[in-house]
Write a protein that binds this ligand. Sequence first.
Ligand code: IMP
Ligand code: MG
Length: 178
Amino acid sequence: MTTEQLGPQPLRRIVFSEEDIRGRVAELGREIGACYTPKDNLLVLGLLKGSFIFVADLVRQIPHPIHVDFIVAGSYGKGQVSSGEVQLMYNPRASIEGRNVVLVEDIVDSGNTLKRLMPVLMERNPASLELCTLLHKRLIRLPREAKWVGFDAPLEFLVGYGLDFAEDFRHLPYIGSI
Ligand code: IMP
Ligand code: MG
């Protein structure tokens, strides 16, 4: 279905408020910080575009010197159901080899993106690779499951705080369902 077919999309409800998100992101930052030392050369790698707000908030809660970079992988287009095709437009500036990498994702739905992406990143010989996702629909268990999950997500289409529907709603400071 396209936005045009659906018409204007009012939010059905707020699922995670600004306050819920702020509190949980602070906890995640502390939890991630506790797993590394300042010498660990941590690289936080955000998956664009959906993770951009989460990464911005999360890195400010990690109490270590870190580097931040982004990669792009897309599968969704304009619909609400994953097409199953994952495009990797992958060219991080920062080298991954020998780095302790935390990949940051907005939401794990079918898991197709991460099932494809994690092996690609592993080929670059990071010292370690862990996944932090803000939301997890728990539809699948990933081969390399997320070490940090912000919230278990309801099986609804969620928007806001970086998540979009046909590029709308990314800017909302909370997460709602449409
Ligand atoms: P996957 O199905 O786990 O591969 O999800 C791929 C990507 O689809 C996620 O990183 C999100 O960007 C997007 N996505 C999945 N579920 C939702 C949703 O409920 N709202 C908005 N985007 C979603
Ligand atoms: Mg995403």
